[in-house]
Each structure stands twice: as structure tokens, then as C-alpha cells.
Design a protein around this ligand. Structure first.
Ligand code: AMP
Ligand code: MG
Length: 504
């Protein structure tokens, strides 16, 4: 009996296929984490743990030792910690070898939502840390935790976040802050930069081929049956990247550091650094304080994704045959689905945001002209779309709440007339349209100042705001009348002074 009990009390009986680790040492270095001293929970995502099939008390069960595991002090049987190597283009310039400089893949675990990789970020030095300290600060870990969950619940593909563990460990950035580890979860953390690495840095075409085969077999299995599986995978990556860009633009998300090493092969939002959601609509908004040229400004994101896809296609060129020109043509052709998908993907999202049930030629211009009005006055992007859902087509309706968002009332009135006429062509019913619009125009996004408020409380040891915010962000399209008013309101003046840079 006692033997049975002991067995039951051993660490979780999870299955760890660890398929990336099985690729062998060309792709990574195996090493343990450097544990955070005196760790404490900052945030936990029980909903994600539940979808992994873990018990409700996963974080507190003595036999699971979760605080130790997710601060880097212990591993569960079956885990195989490793840091992977990749390269990349940073700000348009070839940067050579990078790699998991502060991330550690603990392993890949089987789960009801498919095999998932579990990765620590901020867990100490690796062979790829270069000049860095291998750490992440509490501030940026809270931001990543909240935003990846916000994105997921907005329906936008993303890596997820399971937990944040804090520590008194001093970490030097512009000032001295404290260290933290955020645990991320995704089917794969493969980046464009992984492929660039084996072509340009390692110049190991066998390794490149094996990595592509791995990606196809495990993450794009449908491409295996294609006559040209590599081209088929690239086409799918291009298509997913287009959908992702359409998602980002539609919701007003600015990533901030779209280097090729921060582009997910699976089309997930990955590596949350100096990201931001637009407050006032400003197409050339730069959310990364270190991005002096505005390379990654909001409106430039779709163009940058195309540039990055070209870098990926270039990395895969050797797999398209020995004849350079023909290979180049085939590889570039394989990323064309990006350009074929993006305009339609953007258009359909804007149509949905406008509440249009049918497609007509003038729709893109209608959306564009609303955005032009908004850009002229930096109208709040999220509030504008949400309030548009209250638009009344009743004769004599003044739509005051919406109209008041604009100083240029005449400009808005002219647009509103066109909008009403367009709605009339499909006999749009206000109440029905409002329901549809509220399902695509979120009421709640992770505005910078909301994250900042949670961070400031967190810095003084109060993590309740993170929890409150997370709960609301998990239902971004619901009214949630009981949510704090500030969550859906205009940002306060001080929000403009928040600066977010790469050093996190
Ligand atoms: P990022 O711009 O944050 O995606 O990081 C670019 C590269 O720098 C990646 O190889 C990271 O692992 C590495 N890096 C960023 N911050 C640190 C750090 N504090 N310590 C070690 N490596 C880092
Ligand atoms: Mg990165």
C-alpha cells in the first residue's frame, strides 16, 4: 500500500515525446536552468493548465513541485532542458548566430491539445547568451504573460503563457530591477531564424534538410503528400503569416521587434517585447523606443513580414535544386500566397469590423476613409470600432456617442451617411449587426497603461491586479459590466509617457 502511495506521490505522470530534442545536438545545447533564488508565484494561468490536462491544484500539489520547476530549480521526470540555436536578421541587418540566450526548452509534453513545448524565459545563461545575462525582468515577464493570453482570447495565434515566477534577484537594465521567469507554451518555438542558421551560419545543408523534414512531419503533415513538400510548407507558412498580419492590423497590435528570429514558423505571435496596442490611431506609430527609424511601425508590419518571408525563402533555397535561378524562382513563388492572401484577409476583417454581411466594391474605401478620419485626429482605435457597433440607422438618429469621438463632425457626418447608405443596401438590422460587431471589435485590449498599472502593483508585491486584468482579457468581446471602468476607457494622459524598449 505504501509503495502504491509513494508512486502516486511522485512527480506528474506526463508523457514527454521531446521530438525536437530527438533531432540531436546540432540544433541545441542541453543544459539545466539557473534557478531563480527565493522564487514566488506572480501569476498563473489555470485555464491553460487545465487545457494541458493538468489538475486544478497543479501549482500547489507538493508532489508536482511546480514553483521549483517553473523557477528553474527542478525538472519533472521526462523533461530534457535545452537551449536551441538560431540566427537572424535584426532590423534588416544580418546578425549571425543568436539562439535561446535566456530561454530554455524544458521539453515537449503530450496533452489533450496536442504535444506542447514548455519553455522557460529568463532562466539564466546559455551558450547563446552573448553579452546578455540570461535573465528577464519582472516588468517584461508580466507584459508577456498578460499579452499572450490577451491575444489568444482575441482569437489571434500566439504562444501562450502558463506562469510567471518572481524573485528578489537583482537584474540590471537601465536601472536595477528584479528577475522573473515566464513559462511559455506552444506547439513549437521554431523561428524563421532556425532555418537561416543552418544555411548561412552553420552552412550545414544536411542539418537544414533534416530540420525542414522535422517541421513538415510534425507541424505541417499535410504538406508531406505534396509533390514538393518544402514548397508546400513555405506556401502554408506564407498563408499563415498573412492571416497573422491581418489579425494584428485589425486589432491594432504592434509587435515592435519583427526580426526574423522573432517570426514563428507556425504563424504564431512570438517574443513579446516592446509590443503595444494602438491607443489613438496613428498608422506610423512606433511602439519600440529603440526603433529609431520606425522600421517596425504599425503600418509597416505587413511589409516587414513579406521581407521576413523572403529571408526564409532564401534560407530554404538550397532545398529547391542545384540550379540557382530556377531554385530562386521556385522558392519565391512558394511565398506568393502571402501577397495573394493578405489583401483579402485584411478586407474581410475590416468588413466584419464594419458589420457588413456582404461584400461590395466600395467597402475597402469605406473602411479606409473611416481610418483616415481617425488618423487625422488620433481617434482611439479600440473605442472607435466598439462604438461603431452602436451605430443606429433609425431616421434622425444622432449617433452622438460615436460622433463625439471626432472633432471633425462634418467629416464624420459625411462618412456616416455613406455608411448608413451601405448598410441599407443589405437591409442591415441594427441589433443584429451590433451583436456581430461586438464579436470582432474587442471592448478590452491590453493597453500599455493597464499593463503598467499591473506592473507597478506587482513591483510592490501586489499581484491581484494581474489576476483581475487577466480575467477580463480572457473575455475581450463581452461587455463585462462589472469590470473596472478604466479597462475599456480612454488611456489617461500619463499613458503617453510610457516608454518600452528592447532591453527587457
Ligand atoms: P529578442 O530581441 O528579445 O528577441 O532577443 C534577440 C536575441 O538576444 C535572442 O538570441 C535572445 O535570446 C537574446 N537575448 C535577449 N535578451 C537577453 C538576455 N537578457 N540575456 C541573454 N540573451 C538575451
Ligand atoms: Mg527573440
Amino acid at each position: 500500500m505504501s509503495a502504491l502511495l509513494d508512486a502516486a506521490l511522485e512527480a506528474p505522470a506526463l508523457r514527454w515525446p521531446n521530438r525536437f530534442a530527438a533531432l540531436g545536438p546540432r540544433y541545441f545545447t542541453e543544459l539545466p536552468a539557473q534557478a531563480l533564488p527565493s522564487p514566488h508565484w506572480v501569476a498563473r494561468n489555470d485555464a491553460l493548465a487545465a487545457s494541458l490536462g493538468w489538475p486544478g491544484d497543479w501549482a500547489t500539489r507538493p508532489d508536482w513541485r511546480a514553483l521549483e520547476v517553473f523557477s528553474g530549480a527542478a525538472t519533472w521526470p521526462g523533461m530534457r532542458p535545452l537551449a536551441s540555436v538560431y540566427s537572424g536578421h535584426q532590423f534588416g541587418v544580418w546578425a549571425g548566430q543568436l539562439g535561446d540566450g535566456r530561454a530554455l526548452l524544458l521539453g515537449e509534453v503530450d496533452s489533450p491539445i496536442g504535444p506542447q513545448e514548455i519553455q522557460l524565459k529568463g532562466s539564466g545563461l546559455t551558450p547563446y547568451s552573448r553579452m546578455g545575462d540570461g535573465r528577464a525582468v519582472l516588468r517584461s515577464s508580466i507584459r508577456e504573460f498578460l499579452c499572450s493570453e490577451a491575444m489568444h482570447h482575441l482569437g489571434i495565434p500566439t504562444t501562450r503563457a502558463l506562469a510567471v515566477v518572481g524573485s528578489p534577484l537583482p537584474v540590471r537594465r537601465e536601472t536595477i530591477e528584479t528577475g522573473a521567469v515566464v513559462t511559455r507554451v506552444a506547439p513549437s518555438f521554431l523561428r524563421f531564424g532556425h532555418f537561416e542558421h543552418f544555411t548561412h551560419t552553420a552552412q550545414d545543408l544536411d542539418a537544414l534538410r533534416a530540420l525542414v523534414d522535422f517541421a513538415i512531419d510534425h507541424h505541417f503533415p499535410a504538406c508531406r503528400d505534396d509533390a514538393q513538400p518544402v514548397a508546400a510548407m513555405l506556401r502554408e507558412v506564407a498563408r499563415r503569416t498573412a492571416e497573422l498580419m491581418a489579425d494584428w492590423q485589425a486589432v491594432g497590435f504592434c509587435h515592435g521587434v519583427m526580426n526574423t528570429d522573432n517570426m514563428s514558423l507556425l504563424g504564431l505571435t512570438i517574443d513579446y517585447g516592446p509590443f503595444g496596442f494602438l491607443d489613438g490611431f496613428e498608422p506610423m506609430h512606433i511602439c519600440n523606443h529603440s526603433d529609431h527609424q520606425g522600421r517596425y511601425a504599425y503600418a509597416r508590419q505587413p511589409g516587414v513580414a513579406w521581407w521576413n518571408l523572403q529571408a526564409l525563402a532564401t534560407a530554404l533555397l538550397p532545398l529547391f535544386g542545384d540550379e540557382p535561378e530556377a531554385a530562386s524562382e521556385l522558392a519565391l513563388e512558394a511565398i506568393e500566397p502571402y501577397r495573394a492572401t493578405l489583401p483579402g484577409a485584411l478586407e474581410s476583417r475590416l468588413r466584419a469590423k464594419l458589420g457588413l454581411a456582404s461584400a461590395q466594391d466600395g467597402d475597402p474605401a469605406l473602411a479606409d476613409d473611416l481610418l483616415r478620419l481617425a488618423a487625422a485626429e488620433r481617434t482611439d482605435y479600440t473605442i472607435l470600432w466598439r462604438r461603431l457597433g452602436t451605430f443606429s440607422t433609425a431616421p434622425g438618429a444622432d449617433n452622438a456617442a460615436l460622433r463625439d469621438l471626432f472633432i471633425d463632425r462634418a467629416g464624420f457626418d459625411a462618412w456616416a451617411q455613406r455608411y448608413a447608405a451601405r448598410l441599407a443596401t443589405e437591409s442591415s438590422i441594427d441589433a443584429e449587426r451590433a451583436v456581430r460587431m461586438n464579436a470582432v471589435n474587442p471592448k478590452f485590449v491590453l493597453r500599455n497603461h493597464l499593463a503598467e498599472t499591473a506592473i507597478r502593483a506587482g513591483d510592490s508585491g501586489d499581484f491581484s491586479e494581474i489576476e483581475r486584468l487577466l480575467k477580463v482579457l480572457q473575455r475581450p468581446f463581452d461587455e463585462q459590466a462589472s469590470a473596472p471602468r478604466a479597462y475599456a476607457d480612454f488611456p489617461p494622459d500619463w499613458a503617453q509617457s510610457i516608454e518600452v524598449s528592447c532591453s527587457s
